[in-house]
Design a binder for this molecule. Structure first.
Ligand code: ACO
Length: 434
């Protein structure tokens, strides 16, 4: 008997009708393969460049409702987690599915804290970068290089090995990030300090100079922790899709995280926060905002930090970041760029161009302004995104590996090139216009 949870399709080429199940609001692409014109026909394939309407997995990690502006990790609203948790607590939640009790949290923090050191050869490897290397490029390459230090990471089907690499990666990302920064500005590297919490220790490795003990400003350390929570996961975004795709070949997690970080570095993804600051610099003053908006509307440039593939309502993370900015500015003084950003947002949110396209500020619009006030250079902004997102990448990688439906990721294509061409020896070939 046909239930209502089905889709009936008539293939007008053959007049045949097919009924396929609908599960969780989704039809299976492979159910369309049976729709063929004859023996020779391969069957129908779904075409979806940029995956705008294709689910690639089942996931119980992050829930996102872009129409309503809702974001939850393992069912907990992002607002509650940002207000009441530490980043490492949220990391535990994302990886294990439950918030830790006190003993579990203490053990978890201890473990991560004791994986913050780098092997000396990794430190020396980092010394080899050019003096002005971009910190994000150094981060990616150094994470990939960890693959040479931990050959045991190849055992991706071994849960104990996976957990060990996960702890190593979460522990070492801030160390590599901080060393990338110190290298870039020509300061000696600072080793981790196990007395400090995750973000305080990161700040120590970034900014300690000659003082024997680094004391982080607690307001700034907490703001950074909140920003880390907000960036920890965001379901199947470009870099997470890369993590899953590279991981699906059973490459080790250091290589998969390096690949995911490479995807994150692009200006349309995590690189947008750096671009926002460049944009605010270019605009210069509030008065120049309308002219800039006009250039965006004329299609010459994009308003960086605006728009999102899935949020068609205000990005809930941007709201929390705006609040956090107020706390940071009480310590650092107001970043004058905020006025330009607020004016950009005010004008854009009234303008039919942005309203009709549902373009709202995303997570990157305000994060850079905070990062700059805290003391980060813009070329560190995407690195600051990569540190917490490593947790999301690893949680998704783990979920992918234990999902019996997953296989090596390998999309189809529609071939548009020529076929069966006659080979011409080099001496007989004419000039080709390129
Ligand atoms: N400024 C101006 N116009 C924009 C912007 C923007 N920031 N974003 C989208 N649009 C326009 C597009 O030109 C398009 O207009 P059209 O229908 O007239 O052609 C329409 O809005 C729809 O945009 P798409 O490009 O189809 O949206 P898509 O989902 O592919 O892109 C993206 C999403 C890449 C985030 C885009 O909005 C963008 O480039 N934003 C700026 C970069 C940015 O801030 N990236 C960070 C995203 S958050 C993150 O990764 C952490």
């Amino acid at each position: 008997m046909m239930t209502s949870n089905t889709l009936t399709v008539t293939d007008n080429r053959t007049n045949r009708t097919y009924t396929v199940p609908i599960t969780d609001g989704t039809v299976r692409a492979m159910d369309f393969r049976q729709m063929r014109t004859g023996e020779e026909d391969f069957g129908l394939i779904l075409y979806d460049p940029a995956f705008t309407n294709t689910a690639s997995c089942r996931s119980s990690i992050t829930y996102l409702d872009g129409e309503r502006g809702i974001l939850e990790y393992r069912g907990y609203p992002i607002e509650d987690l940002a207000e009441r948790c530490t980043f490492l607590e949220v990391a535990y939640l994302l990886l294990f599915g439950e918030l830790p009790n006190k003993a579990e949290l203490d053990a978890w923090v201890f473990e991560i804290t004791h994986h913050t050191m780098l092997h000396e050869t990794t430190r020396k490897f980092m010394e080899g970068f050019r003096y002005d290397a971009h910190p994000m490029s150094m981060l990616m390459s150094s994470v990939a290089a960890l693959s040479t230090v931990y050959p045991d990471a190849k055992e991706v089907h071994n849960p104990a090995s996976r957990m060990l690499q996960t702890k190593r990666l979460i522990g070492k990302m801030p160390t590599i990030a901080a060393m990338s920064y110190r290298h870039n500005v020509g300061f000696p590297y600072v080793y981790p300090d196990n007395d400090l919490n995750y973000t305080e220790n990161f700040m120590n490795m970034l900014w300690r100079m000659v003082e024997p003990k680094y004391a982080a400003n607690p307001v700034l350390a907490r703001a950074l922790d909140i920003l880390f929570i907000l960036h920890a996961d965001h379901e199947q975004n470009c870099s997470t899709n890369t993590m899953r795709s590279v991981g699906s070949s059973l490459a080790d997690p250091y290589l998969a995280v390096a690949s995911a970080a490479a995807a994150l570095s692009g200006p349309l993804h995590g690189g947008a926060n750096e671009e926002v600051l460049k944009m605010l610099d270019e605009i210069g003053t509030k008065e120049n905002v309308p002219a800039y908006i006009q250039r965006v509307k004329d299609g010459h440039i994009k308003l960086m930090g605006f728009g999102h593939r899935v949020y068609k309502n205000y990005d809930p993370r941007a709201k929390i970041i705006k609040r956090t900015a107020d706390q940071v500015f009480q310590v650092t003084g107001r970043n004058p760029k905020l006025d330009i950003a607020l004016e950009l947002e005010r004008i854009a949110l009234q303008d039919p161009y942005f309203v009709s396209r549902k373009l709202y500020p995303n997570v990157d619009f305000y994060s850079g302004i905070i990062y700059q006030a805290v003391g980060f250079k813009p070329d560190m902004f995407t690195v600051l995104f990569a540190i917490p997102r490593t947790v999301g990448w690893l949680a998704q990688w783990q979920e992918m590996l234990i999902d019996s439906e997953q296989k090596i990721a390998r999309p189809r294509q529609i071939y548009t090139g020529q076929r069966n061409r006659k080979f011409v020896p080099v001496a007989e070939r004419g000039a080709v216009a390129v």
